[in-house]
Write a protein that binds this ligand. Structure first.
Ligand code: FES
Length: 123
């Protein structure tokens, strides 16, 4: 019997509760952009500007290229921080948005009501 590895995994953004699908060969940032959310800043997409900094809370990622030490120190990387444009998920991933992307990302999600509790009917 042949085993076909799952090519698409799920990514959850803790900050907003949003989830998106991402393939194992594309960056976390590319998948995130499909959320169509205003407030996701796209910088160099090359690991150099640091705008897409995230912290992996759960799951495995694989590097797609070098990550600037000016934006993610070795200690931060050991604690799970990375750049979303430079890693691809290998399993389902849970992440937190960090750095310069955090504020506009959360503001964009709040404007759409993502991650907010549903209004309860009044009795
Ligand atoms: S977009 Fe510049 S480091 Fe990711």
């Amino acid at each position: 019997m042949f085993f076909t590895p799952q090519t698409t995994v799920q990514v959850e953004v803790v900050d907003t509760g949003e989830r998106y699908a991402c393939t194992r060969t594309e960056s976390l940032l590319r998948g995130m952009l499909r959320l169509g959310q205003r407030g996701i800043p796209v910088g160099c997409v090359n690991g150099g500007c640091g705008v897409c900094k995230v912290r992996i809370v759960q799951g495995q990622v694989q590097r797609l290229g070098p990550i600037s030490r000016a934006h993610v120190s070795a200690d931060e990387e050991a604690a799970g921080c990375t750049l979303a444009c430079r890693v691809a998920p290998q399993t389902d991933v849970v992440l937190c948005v960090e750095g310069r992307m955090a504020k506009p990302f959360r503001a964009g999600a709040a404007a759409r009501g993502a991650g907010m509790p549903s209004p309860q009917p009044t009795p």
